[in-house]
Design a protein. Sequence first.
Length: 75
Amino acid sequence: VRPSQLNSKLLENPIPVVWMHGSTDQIVSMTQAEELCNVIETANCPILKLRHHKGHMVNLNQKNEIIQWIDSIAQ
């Protein structure tokens, strides 16, 4: 997806986003991940930004933080 297209779609319909990225990710670079995060932020979407030191995976140590954030925006 091109950043400008994603931004325009998110501006039309802002959705909550959990953004998570690992610093040792070999698939998606930190630069690419941060660019996506910036697109989401400029579209004024509610966003939870999480970083970890693992690779291309979900860090389950951050599970409680994700649950709390989802609970807070679901109210």
